[in-house]
Write a protein that binds this ligand. Structure first.
Ligand SMILES: [Zn+2]
Length: 355
């Protein structure tokens, strides 16, 4: 209902007092979960109580929790930057989502999306939800979406594989999973979550050509400027489940990003101190001089040239996935921050990194 009110406010059909900013766009916080339980690896888990606390916090703070398809529609129309929107997503389709999560979602009557790996469901039926359970989730109002068949690192090319063989393998990994989901549950929206949140321009091209909207796991809010082949999500499990810090992220705003260099998050082993540049559509709602970026324990000041900021890392990045987060306060909503996250995956000498 709040979504409808927001739209009517924008169209001037209701006498709303909410300020509406030129060039503004709603920001959506997408939260990412895995296990829901207290007997699973803590690093990828929230308890059912923690999940309930997150939903209660969102509802108490007037966030609309919407489905991904509703979010996509919202972002196609003008909406005020003051909108408070959140999406709940769960990767992997563990059985504990059915056992421990579904009762919580039902209690609070909120939508959520589960990204599943059909081949892994077949290979380890004791670990993953089965189709009947997913059908029950679907009947409740959950969206069941694609996490590939294999849960492989999509950007990794095999040593004996040509680029076109790699493309064929990745395309099949995504499309075969989608076919199995559609056959079991009826045609589903083409939504993908990259395993480990990893992608590169060639992966994005496959995804875009196949008509998918894809989610990664670098942090940051989602707005109409976001790359629809790499939508950020805030991890919300384990140490990230703490609402004292999670609240700041949920409240964050997305920058109007139009271009990012380098295009790939993947770094060769010797690219230990990369730099990156981000071009924005405008900087109207914050003071660029106040932006700070955080890489490991170091704080970095970006350099600005027009609407483009560049960050040069001084400390070497570790092998594996890492993120550089940049934040700056909003002028119009002083209690909210813009949040941009640059993901990296630095390879070891063999071109690989840990899960
Ligand atoms: Zn996963």
């Amino acid at each position: 209902m709040r979504v409808l009110i927001i739209c009517l406010c924008w169209l001037g059909l209701l006498g709303c007092s909410e300020p509406v900013l030129a060039k503004s766009s709603a920001s959506i916080a997408v939260l990412q979960y895995h296990h829901i339980g207290d007997d699973t690896p803590r690093v990828t888990s929230v308890t059912a109580d923690e999940l309930a606390q997150h939903i209660e916090w969102l509802q108490e703070h007037d966030f609309d929790i919407v489905s991904i398809t509703d979010a996509l529609q919202l972002l196609q129309q003008p909406s005020p930057a003051t909108a408070k929107l959140a999406v709940l997503t769960i990767d992997d389709g563990w059985k504990n989502v059915y056992q421990n999560g579904l009762p919580v979602f039902k209690k609070y009557q909120v939508p959520f999306t589960v990204f599943v790996n059909p081949r892994l469901m077949r290979e380890a039926p004791n670990l993953y939800m089965n189709w009947q359970q997913l059908r029950e989730l679907q009947q409740y109002g959950a969206t069941i979406a694609n996490h590939t068949n294999s849960h492989d690192h999509l950007t990794w090319r095999r040593t004996d594989e040509s680029e076109s063989q790699w493309q064929q393998r990745i395309r099949a990994d995504i499309l075969d999973a989608q076919q199995e989901i559609d056959e079991a549950l009826g045609a589903q929206p083409k939504l993908l979550a990259y395993p480990y949140g990893e992608y590169d321009p060639a992966v994005e091209a496959i995804v875009e050509e196949a008509g998918f909207v894809a989610f990664a796991q670098h942090s940051g809010a989602w707005n109409r400027f976001s790359n629809s082949a790499a939508i950020p999500r805030f991890p919300a499990s384990a140490q990230y489940a703490d609402l004292r810090t999670l609240a700041t992220k949920i409240n964050s705003l997305a920058l109007p990003v139009t271009h990012i260099t380098p295009a790939s998050m993947v770094l060769k082993h010797d690219q230990s101190t990369p730099s990156f540049s981000v071009t924005l559509d405008h900087t109207d709602d914050f003071n660029p001089a106040q932006m700070n970026c955080f890489a490991g324990s170091s704080t970095l000041r970006p350099s600005w040239q027009g609407n483009t900021f560049t960050v040069e890392l001084s400390q070497p990045l570790p092998i594996g996935r890492s993120r550089v987060n940049c934040t700056v306060a909003s002028k119009s909503q002083p209690q909210r921050f813009y949040w941009y996250s640059q993901p990296f995956a630095r390879a070891d000498k063999n071109g690989r990194w840990p899960d």
